[in-house]
Design a protein around this ligand. Structure first.
Ligand SMILES: [Zn+2]
Length: 350
């Protein structure tokens, strides 16, 4: 169906029955910053300035521990009703986890999973890196324990471009940390990503996926881990391609052909998707037009454990995404868009 026909099918009248404050904004993919020290006063306030339902991803042990303490283990606090919880291992932190159960030394593990040519650079990095964490143990002690309170498996995925910083892994810092030439082997990233997809399939959780220049590899892994299951009668998981940077052609000829279209959600961020210069998707508008309105999600991809101006910045970025969707779909008032995005998030999390 072409875009114009789809838009006409929207029951715009039915959207106008309640006032615009009824629905919160949706941030379908945001974070806790990864940093060496967490300020208790800031992290106690994950709430946003404007009512926002937020899916906070976890990328590693550090940000997960904050979510665990602040959201999952806080008894009787109604503060975080609007927080949905993601459990994941981001590809930028995949080297900190071992995917195999064999007992390896720290050196053996990092020699196995890192890709490097300069031995001296590797030795310096190795001295900074922590003992690897067993992925199976991490899953058992966290995902299995809190399974019922976990809404999404994410952030997970593959990244072809990133290089490790000199301190061993990416973290927020006032002064930029220099990058090494060392990368994480794609085979290791795929092992971690695959295991987390299997976990999502087993527990029927949706996934939020990061993909930088690994479009075919991400697609093949999803086909293998989600589609084969649905063929055997088990319903596949909803997939969110967050800040999607692949081509529209790839969406139409691959994702929408092979998967039930209503299970592939595209989450749009102002920073990545709506900048004019993004080549593959031409412009954010073309991408918005290529997706069914019912599978669009909105996101910031920013840390939410901030305060002051940063909180206003989050609202501003999120509302810019809403404005672009409204513009493309000719939705006159914000309420219509808020209602659709809220319902989309609920369908994604189902
Ligand atoms: Zn993210």
């Amino acid at each position: 169906m072409v875009f114009a026909e789809r838009r006409e099918l929207l029951d715009m009248e039915a959207l106008k029955d309640t006032n615009s404050e009824t629905y919160p904004l949706v941030d379908a993919h945001c974070h806790i910053g990864t940093r060496s020290h967490y300020d208790p006063e800031t992290i106690c306030n994950l709430n946003r300035n404007k009512p926002t339902i937020q899916c906070i991803m976890s990328n590693n042990v550090m940000d997960w521990n904050v979510i665990k303490e602040q959201v999952l283990e806080k008894n009787g606090s109604s503060n975080y009703d609007m927080v949905k919880v993601g459990f994941g291992v981001h590809p930028w932190y995949s080297h900190l986890f071992s995917a195999i159960d064999e007992e390896l030394t720290k050196r053996e593990h990092y020699e196995n999973v890192l890709q490097y040519n300069d031995q001296e650079e590797f030795e310096t990095l190795l001295s900074k890196l922590p003992e690897p964490v067993s992925l199976e143990l991490y899953i058992k002690e966290n995902f299995i324990k809190y399974n019922e309170k976990i809404d999404v498996v994410g952030e997970i995925g593959l990244d072809k471009l990133f290089r490790l910083p000199q301190n061993g892994f990416h973290m927020e810092s006032k002064t930029p940390i220099k990058l090494t030439k060392i990368k994480v082997k794609m085979s290791h990233q795929v092992s971690i990503f695959t295991r987390l997809c299997q976990l999502a399939a087993e527990y029927k959780k949706p996934v939020s996926i990061h993909d930088v220049k690994c479009h075919a590899n991400v697609f093949d892994t999803c086909i293998r881990e989600f589609l084969s299951l649905s063929h055997s009668g088990i319903h596949g998981c909803n997939i969110c391609l967050h800040s999607y940077t692949g081509s529209i052609e790839m969406l139409e000829s691959q994702w929408f052909k092979k998967f039930p279209k209503e299970q592939i959600f595209i989450s749009l961020s102002n920073y990545i998707n709506l900048r004019e210069k993004h080549k593959l998707t031409n412009s954010g508008d073309d991408l918005i037009k290529a997706i069914s309105l019912s599978t669009i999600l909105t996101e910031t991809d920013y840390p939410v454990d901030t305060d002051g101006r940063d909180k206003a910045y989050l609202d501003e970025h999120l509302e810019k995404v809403y404005d672009r969707i409204r513009d493309v779909y000719k939705m006159e008032n914000m309420h219509d868009c808020k209602k659709v995005m809220y319902n989309n998030l609920m369908a994604f999390l189902q």
